[in-house]
Write a protein that binds this ligand. Structure first.
Ligand code: PMP
Length: 315
């Protein structure tokens, strides 16, 4: 489904019309995937629109670029302010925010350093990534025949556009074979993550997620889940996960900005637990949504208020 247009896109400090946000076909990014980006959610909370972990996302964007010698000319504060302003000028309540820093039109060789660095930021309305039903009932996933890139190939601490060619292979294979999503293993055969989500298992009552060395993105929702588990006194650890643990775990779930907390009810057509959302996943989900909706106190300061003067926000 095409994205529902909004009015304005932020470009290097100025707002431009959605239809004017175009780049040249010889821009470096088009040929070599030289961009880093973020996906951020703005929730419709009881206190009005609120952006989830904005500073952490923008910090990761800056780090992602720094790894590729692609330093932004905008500071962390400037990027955060731009995101708030973007949601406000587009009069959005709940939406998805996509900042991207890319290598533009300049030289066409592989070395990107002769090309300008541009930052754009767009937002649009977006529903549940893995389906509304998936959040309640869980989704069916498979282990992909495609692995995640080894650590000395494409660095996973950078959320770089080029990484998503691998994600596309994982996701297309999964969807073609009738699954909602695929899980990539790392270079050692350990569980890494989904094509766009981090992964957790509940095994013998402990919530386990792979360490960052096992080819997964340093997910901000992942970090939020770790905090929520500690808050709720749920035993939690980062530990390598062998593939077969997915089949014998009591529960498995994905975390991600788009996926939020999505239960997994089967892996490779083998039921996880009872083949439905498990109680630990439900508890974590409820806590997560209570905070993002403003029903529970924002004890970790995860939300940035936008305060758009719209009728929905004023309720
Ligand atoms: N892994 C990959 C490959 C992703 O694309 C994402 C989405 N950004 C995640 C994990 C989850 O990260 P986050 O919780 O920060 O959205």
């Amino acid at each position: 489904m095409p994205v529902a247009k909004t009015e304005q896109i932020w470009h290097n400090g100025k707002f431009i019309h959605w239809d004017d946000a175009k780049i040249h076909v010889l821009a470096h990014v088009i040929h070599y995937g030289s961009a880093v980006f973020e996906g951020i959610r703005c929730y419709e909370s009881a206190q009005g629109p609120a952006i989830f972990r904005l500073r952490d996302h923008m910090q990761r964007l800056l780090h992602s670029g720094h790894i590729y010698r692609m330093d932004s000319r905008f500071s962390l504060d400037e990027l955060c302010n731009a995101a708030v302003e973007l949601v406000r000028v587009n009069k959005m309540t709940a939406c998805y925010i996509r900042p991207i820093t890319l290598r533009g039109y300049g030289e066409v060789g592989v070395d990107p350093r002769g090309c300008p660095i541009d930052t754009y930021m767009a937002c649009w309305e977006w529903g549940k990534y893995l389906g509304d039903e998936g959040l309640g009932k869980g989704i069916d996933v498979c282990v992909s025949s495609w692995h995640r890139p080894a650590p000395n190939t494409l660095p996973q601490m950078s959320k770089a556009s080029a990484n998503y060619m691998n994600s596309q292979l994982i996701r297309m294979e999964a969807k073609t074979n009738g699954f909602e999503e695929g899980i990539g293993l790392d270079h050692n055969g350990h569980v890494a993550e989904g094509s766009g989500e981090n992964i957790f298992v509940v095994h013998k009552g402990t919530v386990i997620t792979p360490p960052l060395s096992d080819a997964g993105l340093s997910g901000i929702t992942r970090d939020s889940v770790l905090s929520i588990c500690r808050d709720l006194d749920i035993p939690v650890m980062e530990q390598a996960i062998p593939r077969e643990m997915l089949y014998i775990a009591e529960e498995v779930f994905f975390s991600g900005t788009a996926a939020e907390i999505t239960p997994i009810r089967s892996v490779d057509r083998i039921n996880v637990g009872d083949g439905a959302r498990g109680p630990v996943t439900k508890r974590i989900q409820e806590e997560f949504f209570s905070i993002t909706s403003g029903r529970k106190a924002d004890r970790h300061n995860w939300l940035t208020a936008v305060n758009v003067p719209t009728t929905t926000a004023a309720r």
